[in-house]
Design a protein around this ligand. Structure first.
Ligand code: C2E
Ligand code: CA
Ligand code: CA
Length: 249
């Protein structure tokens, strides 16, 4: 694993997020890929859970976070207008002693504004332990934006929404896929309303179809992420495709 980190076998890919109304680039999510020695790209779904079991996820999450902060720094130095690039942080990472200080150190070392790297936390991450509430509050105090990932995939969503001071709710693809069925549409609509009632910004993920985009837009979803606009892309492709949106004025 240390070798893989050293050899830069882990690559950070970027998936853009767009304003639901104006379709402007408003952010991106950093998603890790493992490029094995024969050049094959391995999806995080196939290795994240292993790393979560053996604790290596803490190092991987910090590596991805650091790499994103450096990328943002590069954008800033190059005069490219930078949108926030969110990073996933697993439960194991959050429980690691001193983790918040480590993340704060990276922000300080790179000198980037903390608002530019929101942290995505899953609802199970958020709910399994009340201690998380305290950690989330510390992160907020340090200026981090906290996004609830995968809303709608578990049964504790509403409870954790009340417990943790989330800034953003990410409606999971499984809910987005309900669009087109009357009951499903009700659920999506009310999820958006509920979040807005709590002053929480709404991102829909896994948006693949025009009808989904139109429905979400109609009911006030703020931000759209999904293959409809773009899959996650390697850094250079991301820059080439989306730089036109992000040139500094
Ligand atoms: P996630 O955080 O829910 O990320 C969204 C996943 O949905 C990504 O899968 C993305 O490629 C995929 N996706 C986006 N739009 C669409 C769409 O329109 N249709 C479909 N079918 N899929 C879409 P990916 O990149 O394979 O990542 C899987 C999971 O691995 C992530 O789910 C996240 O939980 C985890 N992960 C990725 N990078 C990291 C990381 O650096 N740290 C940690 N702890 N977990 C990570
Ligand atoms: Ca995520
Ligand atoms: Ca998600």
């Amino acid at each position: 694993f240390a070798d893989a980190i050293k050899n830069e076998d882990f690559k950070v890919w970027f998936q853009p997020k767009f304003d639901a109304k104006t379709e402007e680039l408003v952010g991106a999510e950093a998603l890790v890929r493992w490029i094995n020695p024969d050049g094959q790209t391995i999806s995080p779904a196939d290795f994240i859970y292993v790393f979560e079991e053996d604790g290596l996820i803490v190092q991987l999450d910090l590596y991805v976070f650091t790499s994103v902060c450096k990328t943002i720094k590069r954008f800033m130095n190059a005069g490219i207008k930078t949108v926030p690039i969110s990073v996933n942080i697993s439960r194991a990472s959050l429980h690691h002693t001193g983790i918040i200080q480590k993340y704060k150190d990276v922000i300080e070392e790179t000198g980037i504004p903390v608002e530019l790297v929101p942290l995505e936390i899953t609802e199970t991450t958020a709910f399994k332990n009340k201690q998380i509430k305290e950690l989330a509050e510390q992160l907020k105090a340090a200026g981090f934006r906290i996004d609830m990932d995968d809303f709608g995939t578990g049964s504790s969503s509403l409870a954790s929404l009340n417990l943790i001071p989330f800034d953003v709710l990410k409606i999971d693809k499984s809910l987005v896929d309900f669009i087109g069925t009357p009951d499903g549409e009700e659920l999506v609509r009310h999820s958006i309303e509920l979040a807005h009632f709590k002053n929480i910004h709404v991102i829909a993920e896994g948006v693949e179809k025009q009808e989904q985009l139109e429905f979400l837009r109609k009911y006030g979803c703020d931000t759209i992420q999904g293959y409809y606009f773009s899959p996650p892309l390697p850094l250079e492709k991301y820059i080439n495709r989306f730089q036109e949106y992000s040139k500094a004025e």
